[in-house]
Structures are given as C-alpha cells and as structure tokens.
Design a binder for this molecule. Structure first.
Ligand code: HMG
Ligand code: MG
Length: 286
C-alpha cells in the first residue's frame, strides 16, 4: 500500500511568513476550504509569543470559528506550556512541538539552546499526553541551517532520539531553508535508520532551491509516507533568512500520485484554496 498522508501547513507555516496581517475571517475561510480538499491534517495556527509571530496572534479565535470535518485532524504548534494551555483550551486535536538540530537556529527561533528547548518541551509533551493528544516533534534545519551551515545527519539523529525518549509520537523532519536534494535526503534517512524508520517520519520541505519535489519523490521511494505542504506554496520562517514557501500541496500530491504514491487530497481544490489565499494576501494593507 503506497498511500501517503498529507498535512496542510499553509494556515500556520504559510501565514506566519507573510508581512501582511491576514484578517481572521480569511484565515477561517482558508481552513474551511482546506478541510474540504481531502487532506488528512491541517496545522491551523500556532500558540507562540505574539511578539515573535504577530501574524498568528488570533490562533484561539481561528480555532473557535473553523468548521471541523470529521476525520480531519486539526493541529497546533506550541513552544512551551503557556502555548499548550491555549492550544488545549482551543480544542486542538494534536500538539506539535519544535526544536532545531542546530544551536544557531535554536537561539534565533526559540531563544534557547537545543538542551534548554528540550527541557522546556518535556512538560509540554507529558501534559499533552495526559490530555490524550498525539504529539508531533518537529526538528528544524535537518539538512542546512541559515546560521550554522550544513548539518550532519548524526546531529538530527541525536535530537530525534531525545524527542522519542521524551515520548513524541511522530518525528517531523524540517528542511527549513530548502537545502536538501535527493542525495542529502538519502543520507539523512540512512543516518536516522537506527533511531527512527522512514515510515514513522513526516517530511516537511521548503522549496527555496526548487528541489522540494525531487526530495519528496526520493523520500517516498525510501519509505516516507507522510508529508507536510502548503497550498499555493505559501510559507517560510521569519527567523530563517532566505527560507521560501513550503512545497505546494497541489504539486506534491499530483507528482506523488504520478509516481505511485496516492493520497486522498485533491490537487484542484488545493490549488484553488492557495490562489484564493494569495488574492486575500495581495489585498491586505502593507
Ligand atoms: P522568550 O522571549 O524567551 O519568551 O521567547 P519569554 O518567556 O521571555 O516571553 C516573552 C513574551 O512572550 C512574554 O510576554 C510572554 O508572556 C510571551 P510579556 O510578558 O513580555 O508581555 N509568551 C507567550 N505569549 C503567547 N503564547 C506563548 C507565549 N510564550 C511566551 N506560548 C518563545 C521564547 C519560545 C516564547 C519564543 O521564542 C517564541 O514564541 N518562538 C516561536 C517562534 C516561531 O513561532 N517560529 C516559527 C515556527 S517554527 C518553524 O517555522 C519551523 C517549522 O515550520 C519546521 C521547519 O520548517 O523546519 C515548524
Ligand atoms: Mg516550516
């Protein structure tokens, strides 16, 4: 069975990188459109400091107003216990925590060393499980870091191993600045093999260098069955200079299907949702 699972991260990773503050109404309508597109999961927003990411300060309101389609998982990104409290209050189905494989990005994105961030996440993971939530553990900069340069797979394996010891249910590997190519994806999964199987990971690709699709197909051939993507290719991280949008969900699902890896997501609806959001962003005041 070559079915792949798709998590749509446009409402979080896409909108966090836009200069425009997209109105809450438009965010809610965007999530609702995505809910009808056949994706398995939608990362609706993040409960992070509004000083750091003002674009997503309305996360609670977005969660309160979306229409939830049975079978779709509505997840939230959180950096600490305060974020967890807000995500649970908003009835997020799943909690995503995040840590970097590199010290440079860890400081710039989360104001702490890798070790400090892992310690901060320990009670978040424990309490999310007590609240019966599945926990995703993102690792950023799995191939390259905008501050520390190329990243060896051993570094990623060591952070993945810590996250798994701490109890995360899923490892999500983020190529934050789109540094990967087919060969580095192979090297990454080879380096991780003793810690986590390819089938137990999600791959989160940014398309900075135009190689995200090549990487996704290579990863699927290696055994990855879960991918993040963003309708219309929205996205990036404000703390990763040069990072571009996530791989476009509509392109990802089409190319994977042509390569023998089908998902339930419908490319035409995803393309329309992405175009609709781009038109909303274009009409926002600068
Ligand atoms: P800090 O400045 O050390 O935190 O940041 P602090 O504890 O000193 O708090 C600063 C202020 O934020 C305080 O407000 C806190 O109350 C408030 P003040 O008292 O000054 O008015 N605060 C919060 N407010 C709301 N929700 C919260 C929260 N926590 C504190 N949860 C912190 C530390 C982790 C909070 C900060 O660094 C942060 O929020 N970072 C998040 C940055 C971010 O969201 N980056 C993008 C997501 S990661 C990503 O995109 C990569 C990914 O896509 C995968 C990939 O591509 O690799 C996932
Ligand atoms: Mg990202």
């Amino acid at each position: 069975m070559n079915g792949v699972r798709i998590t749509e991260v446009g409402p979080r990773d896409g909108l966090q990188h836009e200069k425009a503050l997209v109105p809450t109404d438009a965010k809610v309508a965007f999530v609702d459109k995505l809910s009808d597109s056949g994706v398995d999961e939608i990362e609706v927003s993040s409960f992070v400091s509004a000083k750091w990411i003002p674009q997503l300060a309305d996360a609670s309101e977005v969660f309160a107003r979306i229409r939830r389609v049975p079978g779709v998982v509505y997840s939230a990104l959180v950096p600490n216990e305060r974020g967890l409290d807000a995500a649970l209050a908003a009835q997020a189905d799943k909690i995503s925590v995040f840590v970097s494989a590199t010290e440079g990005f860890s400081q710039r994105n989360t104001a702490g060393t890798i070790e400090e961030v892992l310690l901060r996440l320990q009670p978040v993971i424990r309490r999310a499980h007590e609240a019966r939530r599945v926990v995703r553990g993102y690792i950023s900069c799995v191939v390259g870091c905008p501050y520390d340069g190329p990243v060896h797979p051993d570094k990623v394996a060591s952070v993945a191993s810590r996250l798994l010891e701490m109890g995360v249910d899923e490892i999500d590997l983020g190529d934050t600045i789109g540094a990967a190519d087919g060969a580095s994806i192979e090297a990454l999964y080879l380096g991780l093999a003793e810690v986590v199987s390819a089938a137990a990971t999600t791959l989160h690709l940014h398309d900075t260098s135009g190689r995200a699709i090549e990487c996704a197909v290579r990863a699927a051939q290696i055994g990855v069955r879960s991918f993040d993507a963003s309708a219309g290719g929205l996205g990036g991280c404000p703390y990763a200079p040069g990072s571009a949008g996530n791989v476009a969900t509509e392109t990802l699902v089409s190319v994977l299907a042509q390569s023998g890896f089908a998902s339930r997501a419908r490319a035409d609806q995803l393309r329309a949702a992405g175009q609709w959001m781009r038109s909303k962003i274009a009409s926002c005041p600068p």
